[in-house]
Design a protein around this ligand. Structure first.
Ligand SMILES: Cc1cc2nc3c(=O)[nH]c(=O)nc-3n(C[C@H](O)[C@H](O)[C@H](O)COP(=O)(O)O)c2cc1C
Length: 302
């Protein structure tokens, strides 16, 4: 079964990628992901300046997923591109550069640097945790989001994907704004704002107090977001949030996803999760007499 897909011009051997932040910080982890069978690799979100991230503990493990408040630790783009140089030669799959910033200029700068070093697409993470603009995250401010997308689109000549936050009242408003500003694709969704409290200490567990919930707990939310966005925009959607099994993958595609990102399931199941899902997807398509993953995209809307 040929599982290849084309995503806004990016050719992938199959529709699976890692979700940003799960592996992808070192060249070694990028290569391990490629060997594990992904169709494209996504980097950890990289910013203009180095960031140490929030103080520990950064992760709470729940039965239904994880809450993390990593705080975007990364070495800054000038250092990171040196790391990329070590991987790119050997990397046989497209590299998607996840970029965050706190202003359109930050996004433009980091995206340009990553593309100059061989990124096949840019993914804009629009949930900067410490923002220079007065208290507004880029992903929660339609005007700022549009400005960021336009700044990056004017600076790079690869597809630009925008990763949307579910922490807004109507995700479709942001999806539409992103499409109108020139985005080539959308990633839905980033983590859902959450917290956990230590009952003995009587204090929030996470160093950053609040964190982002990921894993099976958010799958129904992510699926709903993909479904709604599919009815709102024409650009391709990359589904993300709790994808763990091949059935999850099929559900997301039926809701309208053209490709999928997997994060927490790598932590829970390890890198074998990619081949497991691909084998299941192949068997499913064969059993249904279909020839390509694209045959199921959006069918739940009919
Ligand atoms: C430990 C951890 C670190 C993450 N770091 C990033 C990041 O740097 N950039 C980003 O866009 N999303 C980040 N995310 C969010 C994931 O990319 C993804 O959107 C989310 O985890 C939902 O997918 P999942 O349920 O498959 O994990 C992170 C998630 C986790 C669990």
């Amino acid at each position: 079964m040929n599982l290849s897909v084309e995503l806004a011009g990016v050719r992938m051997g199959n529709p699976l990628m890692n979700a940003s932040g799960i592996l992808g910080l070192t060249s070694n982890s990028l290569l391990r992901l490629a060997q594990a069978g992904v169709g494209a690799v996504v980097t950890k979100s990289i910013g203009r300046e180095p960031r140490p991230g929030f103080k520990a503990p950064n992760i709470v493990e729940l039965e239904v997923g994880l809450i993390n408040s990593m705080g975007l630790p990364n070495p800054g783009v000038d250092e990171y591109v040196k790391e990329l140089d070590r991987a790119l030669e050997a990397l046989k799959v497209p590299l998607i550069a996840s970029v965050y910033g706190c202003s359109p200029e930050d996004y433009r700068y980091v995206s340009t640097m990553m593309c100059a070093r061989g990124a096949s697409a840019v993914e804009l993470n629009v949930s900067c945790p410490h923002v220079k603009e007065v208290g507004a995250e880029v992903g929660q401010n339609v005007e700022l989001l549009s400005e960021v997308i336009k700044a990056v689109k004017a600076a790079v000549n690869v597809p630009v994907f925008v990763k949307l936050s579910p922490n807004v009242s109507r995700i479709t408003t942001f999806a539409k704004a992103a499409e109108e500003a020139g985005a080539d694709g959308l990633v839905a969704i980033n983590t859902v704002k959450a917290m956990a409290i230590d009952v003995e200490a009587g204090r929030p567990i996470l160093g950053g107090k609040f964190g982002g919930l990921s894993g099976p707990a958010i799958k129904p939310i992510a699926l709903r977001c993909v479904y709604e966005i599919f009815e709102t925009v024409k650009i391709p959607i990359i589904g993300c949030g709790g994808v763990t099994t091949w059935e999850d993958a099929v559900e997301f595609m039926m809701a309208g996803a053209s490709a999928l990102q997997i994060g927490t399931a790598i932590v829970h199941k390890d890198l074998r999760v990619f081949r497991e899902i691909l084998a299941g997807l192949s068997r499913y398509l064969n059993r249904k007499g279909l020839r390509s993953p694209s045959d199921i995209i959006g069918v739940a809307h009919r």
